[in-house]
Write a protein that binds this ligand. Structure first.
Ligand code: GLN
Length: 223
């Protein structure tokens, strides 16, 4: 069986070693004797919701995000279908921001997200939120360690669960002690590091979900 990973806009959205998350996912799957196939899906490509077990969407600069914000609208319906059908997604920083309603960047430009999850991001001030960060995820009883560097401030809708509660650092907005978010099998975070290399307990949660999806997908293909 082959675990199918989609590296969404991986040639544009790959700041601060975020691609290390892919290496970690590949390593975790191979340690369980599962083959891995990674596909780059970028500008002008189709995203097919039925094809993947994991989507990884890394961080990026404002300029790259402006290109991605336009292109991702062409993939919006399939991405929403994938997320609603419990597909596993990891969205980091700039990728995270574009999964919400919108991101207003540091120059005040309004970038559309796909509204897959109820949150929005803006850059109220010119200061960036930079430094080491530690949070606690109650659902999985995991302390998460990382590094953040973002201008955007993210505000979650009332029904959205944060990925972690801030112990050290700024997180979503530097105000409400929340960091990232979880929705179905979509996990979003401002953590670089990369998050999955520094936090192997989270990698285990994510790979287990993805392998369960892979088994379901294969059964469906073979039916
Ligand atoms: N450009 C976005 C911001 O500054 C995202 C940055 C990132 O992905 N590191 O908030």
């Amino acid at each position: 069986m082959t675990l199918e990973i989609c590296h969404l806009y991986g040639n544009l959205m790959n700041t601060y070693g975020d691609n290390g998350n892919l290496l970690m996912l590949q390593y975790a799957a191979k340690s369980q004797n599962v083959k891995v196939n990674t596909t780059l899906v970028s500008l002008g490509d189709d995203f097919n919701a039925d094809k993947y077990d994991i989507v990884f969407f890394g961080g990026g600069q404002d300029y790259e995000q402006s290109l991605v914000s336009k292109d991702i609208q062409t993939k919006k319906n399939e991405l929403l279908k994938y997320i609603e059908n419990d597909g596993v997604v990891i969205g980091i920083c700039g990728g995270y921001q574009l999964l919400g309603h919108y991101y207003i960047n540091a120059s005040g430009q309004y970038l559309n997200g796909i509204g897959a999850i109820d949150f929005y991001s803006d850059s109220k001030s010119s200061t960036r939120l930079i430094g080491d960060i530690t949070t606690y995820n109650q659902r999985f009883d995991i302390t998460l360690y990382g590094y953040e560097n973002h201008a955007g401030r993210t505000y979650l809708g009332k029904s959205v669960t944060p990925l972690g509660e801030i112990k050290e650092g700024y997180g979503n907005n530097g105000e409400d002690k929340t960091e990232g978010c979880m929705y179905k099998n979509t996990f979003c975070s401002y953590f670089h590091g990369p998050i999955l290399v520094r936090n192997q307990a989270l990698t285990k949660v994510i790979i287990d979900l993805a392998l369960a999806n892979m088994n379901r997908r294969q059964k469906y293909i073979n039916a």
